[in-house]
Design a protein around this ligand. Structure first.
Ligand SMILES: NC(=O)c1ccc[n+]([C@@H]2O[C@H](COP(=O)([O-])OP(=O)(O)OC[C@H]3O[C@@H](n4cnc5c(N)ncnc54)[C@H](OP(=O)(O)O)[C@@H]3O)[C@@H](O)[C@H]2O)c1
Ligand SMILES: [Zn+2]
Length: 338
């Protein structure tokens, strides 16, 4: 008889989290099975929970997964049992599948991403293709590593590819899971770092994380505050508010980039002439590949960048998710699975 495991599934779009007993899955050819130790709860898990994409249910969410390989399937040569690995968000940007060829990034996501296409890390075990694995650095704990597999790689990998120079002004809007890591990366990479948040609650926390300046959007326009500081070279937007993104463009300096990491459903309004004259751009960025995840973890270990987590046992998943969605988490919620 198959051994059983505990898993959290979403039975249908907008359905409740269900804690269920399932057979422990067997890895097929080219796959490995992970004994999951920790899984971060990302805002993008709402895609599975709320059904924002055409997902096949029931589905186990979770794409910030860290564990030990406990079985390898036939044909797996690169990985061994016992190795400490992670699986992050990987899909929607592969550029190689049929969907990408016709520009249908949602289908690429639905066919490839852990916790959307196949069952993810809100479970004691999961099976993943061998080519999505990232090695966790020696000495890094699973709860520390998990948020780096999506929140970490998205912010680090996007920022390191912006061509910013040391001393340039980098602003981070939204101090949540992504934002609190983005502040640390921006500071450690040598940029003048500005945190932008709503209200004063996170001021001290943002300064503790390394921000040089704090802008409270309830006390005035962030774009004006950024212009007073000389204009931003990069503004990392982590909220899914299109109106706010449009407003923030006014905070860019010459050659500035508005970097969209969270995206709203409404169009963003831009004024062409100032953008043209100041050579500005709006750019999006999807996480990264497994190599980028490894480099994110390695840099985090080297520079002392650490996710600040609130840990929950798997049975309290509904509370954990609500804590993240309601913006009360400081800053990443992580399910401690074993
Ligand atoms: N590009 C990618 O590959 C990628 C990867 C992961 C996640 N994401 C997306 O990135 C976004 C952030 O994810 P997360 O896990 O960091 O979420 P999170 O922990 O909930 O943080 C989002 C932050 O955005 C701010 N915010 C929320 N609603 C807002 C609003 N209406 N107006 C202004 N600010 C608002 C809040 O910061 P303050 O309280 O400080 O204002 C909040 O802490 C989500 O949309 C997620 O789906 C994208
Ligand atoms: Zn994510």
């Amino acid at each position: 008889m198959a051994r059983k495991m505990k898993a959290v599934q979403v039975p249908k779009a907008q359905g409740p989290f269900e804690i269920v007993e399932r057979d422990i899955p067997e890895p097929g050819p080219g796959q490995v099975r992970l004994a999951v130790e920790a899984c971060g709860v990302c805002h993008s898990d709402a895609i599975t929970k709320e059904g924002w994409m055409p997902i096949q249910y029931p589905r186990v969410p979770g794409h910030e997964v860290v564990g030990r390989i406990d079985r390898v399937g036939p044909g797996v040569t690169a990985w061994k049992e016992g190795e400490h690995v992670g699986v992050g968000w990987h899909g929607g940007h592969c550029g190689q599948c049929e969907a990408c060829r016709v520009g249908d990034y949602v289908t690429c996501v639905v066919q490839q991403v852990c916790g959307i296409s196949y069952d993810g890390g809100y479970a004691e075990y999961m099976v993943a293709p061998q080519d999505v694995l990232a090695r966790v650095p020696e000495g890094m704990g699973s709860e520390d590593a998990a948020p780096l597999l999506c929140a970490g790689v998205t912010t680090f990998n996007s920022l390191r590819n912006m061509g910013v120079r040391q001393g340039d002004l980098v602003a981070v809007q939204g101090i949540g899971g992504l934002g609190h890591l983005a502040i640390q990366y921006a500071r450690k990479l040598g940029y003048r770092t500005v945190a932008i948040s709503r209200g004063g609650d996170k001021r001290q926390l943002a300064l503790d994380l390394g921000a040089h300046e704090y802008v409270d959007t309830e006390r005035g326009k962030a774009s004006e505050a950024l212009q007073k500081l000389g204009g931003a070279r990069v503004i990392m937007v982590t909220a899914s508010s299109s109106s706010l993104a449009g407003e923030l463009i006014g905070g860019l300096g010459r050659n500035g980039t508005l970097l969209l990491l969270g995206a709203g459903t409404e169009p963003i309004q831009v004024h062409g002439l100032p953008m043209l004259l100041k050579r500005q751009r709006v750019q999006g960025w999807p996480s990264g590949n497994p190599q980028d995840s490894q480099e994110t973890m390695a840099f985090s270990a080297l520079a002392g960048v650490r996710s600040r987590n609130e840990s929950f046992p798997i049975d309290r998943v509904a509370e954990a998710y609500e804590r993240m969605m309601s913006n009360r988490a400081r800053f990443r919620v992580v399910l401690k699975v074993r």
